[in-house]
Design a protein around this ligand. Structure first.
Ligand code: GTP
Length: 342
């Protein structure tokens, strides 16, 4: 069985880290985001098709060095084709029912159970569903008792919402869905294809699950997902190899070869590899890229510092992004992704 993983977006909301890295390779508990997802795939899935574009070579290189016991095929779109276009572009690899998964969702969904549900319902499409409180920020499904989805309602007022369930970014599709998608075009699966399947087949189902769900799209959710997973593992922090930690870490993840000076406090933050933090520093809700230096006595709250940047001694930064290098050629000036639920 095949699984297509959508990992071709620019990840513009995770700037400045996606200026230098593929979003799906950003570390979560010191392991690339995409590796967490691949570990949740059922045994039955023996082939993983990575639908990639931006920073393809980094993704390819990662999978060249790491074996997941499955055939990994890197399928590069000539240009980003959107969620539907990327699926169509992988059609030559599809032999039967297949998964389509967003690379940037970390959740407790059991894909084996979802597959069982899909078969039992004889569905053409099954999508995972997650309940939210703030329905007015999302696309919400209208769903019958037996799990049939009859429509999507975009950003309804709370009182008009047909349910509290949103598309959670994991799909199971029968191959006939591919016939609905035109080749070579920018196509959104959610906006253009799903409504047609609902209308033409009536066999479009929603699979609800419990536990946790996190769309790792923004810096805030990127920090939150690490705290959530740390809590699940009953850990206060994790550190990589060859670190020298003299300060205190709370709810934080620190990569390899990181040095943290004495009387420094790191709270709810993520530090990539090769970071050097001085003495008497406070980092609170920060993400710090690779090869960053942070001078003694600095206080940073809600700050994202891109790779290779340097923060002077006694800096005081709040709610900011630090990036003083050129933006890579071809990187979009605004968000072009397919935002789940929005
Ligand atoms: P933003 O620019 O911050 O919205 O991030 P993004 O580019 O990752 O977009 P979004 O979060 O909406 O995408 C959800 C998932 O679909 C991510 O795993 C993306 O890599 C992936 N994705 C989005 N657009 C494309 C595309 O055109 N082609 C492929 N192959 N994947 C895509």
């Amino acid at each position: 069985m095949e699984a297509i993983i959508l990992a071709g977006g620019f990840g513009t909301r995770l700037r400045p880290f996606t200026f230098t890295k593929a979003k799906s390779l950003l570390p979560i508990l010191n392991e690339p985001m995409i590796s967490h997802l691949i570990k949740t795939l059922p045994k039955k899935v023996d082939t993983v098709i990575l639908a990639v574009n931006y920073r393809r070579e980094q993704i390819e290189d990662y999978f060249f060095k790491h074996d997941f016991g499955k055939t990994i095929l890197v399928n590069e779109e000539p240009e980003p084709l959107g969620t539907g276009g990327a699926v169509k572009f992988a059609d030559r690899y599809i032999k039967g029912a297949f998964f389509v998964l967003n690379a940037d969702i970390i959740c407790s969904l059991n894909l084996t159970e979802m597959l069982r549900f899909h078969k039992k319902k004889k569905a053409i499409v099954t999508i995972s569903l997650w309940p939210v409180e703030n329905v007015s920020e999302f696309g919400v499904v209208d769903i019958k008792k037996d799990g049939t989805i009859t429509k999507f309602v975009e950003k309804p007022k709370a009182e008009d919402a047909p349910s509290d369930l949103i598309n959670a970014g994991a799909y199971l599709l029968e191959p006939q869905v591919l016939n609905y998608i035109e080749s070579g075009n920018l196509v959104s699966m959610e906006k253009q294809i799903f409504p047609q399947i609902i209308q033409n087949t009536g066999r479009f189902f929603g699979y609800k699950f419990k536990g946790y769900w996190c769309d790792v799209g923004r810096i805030s959710s990127y920090i939150n997902v690490q705290s959530l997973l740390l809590e699940k593992q009953k850990k206060t922090f994790v550190t990589g190899e060859q670190c020298s930690i003299k300060g205190k870490l709370y709810h934080s993840c620190v990569g390899n070869m990181v040095r943290i000076g004495k009387t420094t406090t790191i709270e709810s933050s993520v530090l990539f590899d090769n970071v050097n933090v001085g003495e008497n520093v406070l980092l609170d809700h920060c993400v710090i890229g690779e090869h960053v230096e942070i001078g003694d006595g600095s206080i940073l709250r809600n700050v994202a510092v891109g790779d290779n940047e340097r923060i002077d001694k006694h800096a005081n930064l709040d709610n900011s992004v630090v990036w003083n290098q050129p933006i890579p050629e071809g990187y979009p000036s605004k968000q072009i992704g397919n935002v789940i639920g929005e």
